[in-house]
Design a protein around this ligand. Structure first.
Ligand code: F3S
Length: 391
């Protein structure tokens, strides 16, 4: 017996009256819904599919995508980066066989009507979450931005659920889709030195440190305030990496509440930099976790503008194809490339076989990248963007 109350139409889909793929999708929605005690399915505005890299999902994931690609998505749907840049994958030292597998995944997604966004920042290229509307998004870094910056509602969903939701146009009503679950659960007080402006790497380290402390829930943070989308994505992606947090809030008030309170200071932030400091040296710099916005690319251009020499070490920037095309039209791509820096789109340092790049130590400016690359056994150094670009 299903604990979810289904509409007549949903029952028909479950019985297979609309075909076996939609039946499978409905079964996925119901099984996830049951795990989280959802009572109904609710219509969604958009979906964002994570887990499309052959590196992570392998042959079983490819087969699943091939199967579901016989149906079309019903709502606006974007997807995460895969293992390769569609246009420059040979520069990633990937072999034909591996590339063929990933390119098949890209084509199955296109066949389903998924926008070939291949980015973790769908909100920068048209899949902009609408306040107070329901969505089904995977990718922790995008989910936390959708909830915290846009005040749109999504759980951090597993990849197959996001696909099922996109095919049915609905998702189980549970977790952060329910207003009462969006109320803050813990107070976080930051005691930090006054800085003129916090760079994105520092924000990433603060987010990571908070995540390590709180683990889950909805933190209400006092002691810093961030404003821009770029700041939210750096801070939020790191917070979502070291914890299960998918929504955070800020407060200026020091008012006493009944909530548990934790305090973090400079030492906690320093610990994060020490955790990701394998060496004083590095030979491959990776920037763009989460994918770079146009504003960040312009920022990089400005940092490099007065540099006369070419960069000595190899540096790669990751962004979405759409943002890269705009940067190209505006001339920033060429200017940056002339300094000896490369761009990759459709992929990132974590979901691609980065080991093919021939390096000893990686420099990154994001705690999410540092976390996942270290957990894959690579030597990593966390540095700010300016330090990496000094090459
Ligand atoms: Fe995006 Fe890859 Fe980082 S998917 S958030 S650039 S790990």
């Amino acid at each position: 017996m299903c604990s979810l109350i289904l509409s007549k139409k949903e029952e028909e889909i479950l019985k297979g009256e609309k075909g076996e793929i939609l039946q499978l999708a409905m079964k996925i929605l119901i099984s996830v819904g049951k795990i989280f005690n959802a009572t109904k399915l609710v219509p969604i505005k958009s979906a964002h599919i994570s887990g499309i890299s052959i590196q992570n999902i392998g042959e079983p994931g490819l087969k699943f995508l091939e199967k579901v690609s016989k149906e079309k998505v019903l709502i606006q749907t974007t997807c995460n980066p895969g293992a390769l840049d569609e246009k420059r994958w040979r520069k990633q030292n990937i072999n034909e066989e591996y590339a063929t597998q990933q390119l098949k995944i890209y084509s199955f997604l296109r066949k389903m009507g998924v926008s070939p966004s291949f980015t973790c920042t769908p909100y920068l290229i048209g899949n902009k979450p609408i306040p107070n509307e329901f969505n089904s998004w995977g990718e922790s870094s995008a989910v936390i931005v959708a909830n915290s910056f846009f005040n749109s509602y999504t759980n951090r969903e597993p990849g197959p659920l996001t696909i099922a939701s996109a095919l049915i146009g609905k998702t189980p009503y549970y977790g952060l889709l329910i207003k009462e679950n969006r109320i803050e659960t813990i107070n976080v007080k930051l005691i930090l030195k006054k800085r003129k402006k916090m760079d994105l790497t520092n924000l990433s380290a603060i987010g990571y440190a908070i995540g390590e402390c709180v683990g889950e829930g909805v933190p209400l943070i006092n002691g810093i305030k961030i404003y821009s989308l770029e700041e939210y994505k750096s801070f939020g992606s790191a917070l979502a990496t070291s914890s299960n947090v998918s929504l955070f809030k800020f407060t200026r008030s020091n008012k006493k509440t009944k909530l548990e309170k934790i305090e973090l200071d400079e030492k906690d932030i320093k610990n994060v930099f020490e955790k990701f400091h394998s060496s004083n040296e590095w030979d491959l710099g990776l920037i763009g976790c989460p994918h770079l916005s146009l504003k960040e690319i312009i920022g990089i251009y400005k940092l490099l503008k007065n540099k006369n020499n070419k960069i000595k070490r190899r540096i790669i920037l990751y962004t979405s194809r759409k943002i890269l095309d705009i940067a190209n039209k505006l001339g920033y791509k060429k200017e940056i490339e002339e300094k000896g820096i490369e761009f990759f789109a459709d992929t990132c340092m974590v979901v691609s076989p980065i080991e093919k790049m021939n390096f000893d130590i990686l420099a990154v400016d994001s705690c999410k990248a540092a976390h996942y690359l270290s957990s894959r056994g690579f030597k990593v150094v966390l540095k700010n963007r300016k330090e990496i670009l000094e090459g």
